[in-house]
Write a protein that binds this ligand. Sequence first.
Ligand SMILES: Nc1ncnc2c1ncn2[C@@H]1O[C@H](COP(=O)(O)OP(=O)(O)OP(=O)(O)O)[C@@H](O)[C@H]1O
Length: 504
Amino acid sequence: MKLELRGITKRFGSLVANDHIDLVIQPGEIHCLLGENGAGKSTLMNVLYGLYQAEEGDVLLDDVVQHFAGPGDAMRAGIGMVHQHFMLIPVFTVAENVMLGHEQTGVAGKLDLDAARAKVREISARFGFHVDPDALVGDLPVGVQQRVEIIKALSRDAQVLVFDEPTAVLTPQETDELMTIMRQLRSEGTSIVFITHKLREVREVADRITVIRLGKVVGEASPTASNSELAALMVGRAVELTVHKETARPGAASLVVRNLDVIDPLGLKVVNNVSFEVHEGEILAIAGVQGNGQTELTEAILGLQPRVTGDITLNGEKLTGLSVRKILNAGVGFVPEDRTEDGLVGEFTIAENLMLDRSDAPPFVRRGNLQLGYLAEFAQEKKDEFDIRAQSITTMAGRLSGGNQQKVVLARELSRDLKLFVASQPTRGIDVGSIEFVHKRMVETRDAGIPVIVVSTELDEVVALADRIAVMYRGSIVGIVPGNTPRDILGLMMAGENPTGVAA
Ligand SMILES: Nc1ncnc2c1ncn2[C@@H]1O[C@H](COP(=O)(O)OP(=O)(O)OP(=O)(O)O)[C@@H](O)[C@H]1O
């Protein structure tokens, strides 16, 4: 099926998110949409999926103009969307989820679950998905949940599939598997619209690339273009893709973690006897496949985990047992893994989010009065400095594009009076130009003598930033190695081996 978007214009108030966008997706091609944060990619896809109504322009399928009043219409016409935050019900099985919203009844009006199971098996076999129709979705790894979303779309005969930053939540291995799945879908004639900020992925699978900037199509790029060419097209300027940093000059051990255990709500030990130090003026990266205890470890440092034993001290002061508020007030900056759940309040403005947990102290509050003038000045400064693309500092955070939301969190946390900076997946969803900026800021933070912890599942990011790398596997640190350790060794360590013999 050929998909055409013709002259699509979508406004939010005075902001033109899509400005007369023309785009053709040919049958059986993987078409990448590239563009900086807030360029209008997700908005365009939401128009295509019937979630937004465009003020101008048409969606055409095989040259016939469509009128989508909602996603139901788009789905019936053969368009499927694989969301980044999956729309699945965790306590339902795969087959039940696939059937949901599209229920078929069999004998005596009963739900025909067998038909749904058969469909899952058929699609799963056709594409080599290895998905059990009777598995509970909540028990499945994220990469497999994503396949359930794909099966769901394909079970409704989707011929065009939209993937909006699908790899942001995947492990490197799951990402490779998804690339294979996309190629497989293409070979079966499915067209794919693929939105990503990761240039490696673009170069790996794209047949064609359209670049969008400030709501307009600015041109096509060739899939054979180099990373720096793609990066420049995406953000409209040359981008330094490697972080320049001097050799670290670490000072005294500042954060000291000793024999840390974290028990999760199910009683499982998710962090197991972890000990390490982070010195002043160094970046310690914590590498590992997602789900090996990194999240819980950072949460334990921040006081967000209730069942913790062992000791955590910062510059000699005990952090364990302190409230989150006290830990933040001690100068700990924290970028949580999930910005929408833990990093922001969507119904608050950008300015309010920038002072979120400092609302009881100067300079934001004096004698019980919110210092609105100061807040406006501070927020405008941060908006400019971090290049947060929004109409104004009073825009609701929930209305920002994903990458711009991430920048709000980073701007807030990096502007504290820091004694320690802990960042989980700091550049998730942000464009290459902003990654350059954030990485520079993190190196500057290090060079100001502050200990920095970066948790990242992106090896590129780990290697770019780290002075030392701690690799976690099943709740333990496999080893702590220098920042220039080759990737293949890191890969082995991420699977639990330690070829370097360096102890944790
Ligand atoms: N529901 C909304 N209300 C108001 N403004 C919105 C809404 N949705 C998006 N916008 C604005 O439209 C612009 C385009 O946002 P969009 O999410 O399409 O960007 P994007 O290219 O997908 O960015 P990213 O790479 O960060 O995900 C942004 O300025 C955003 O703030």
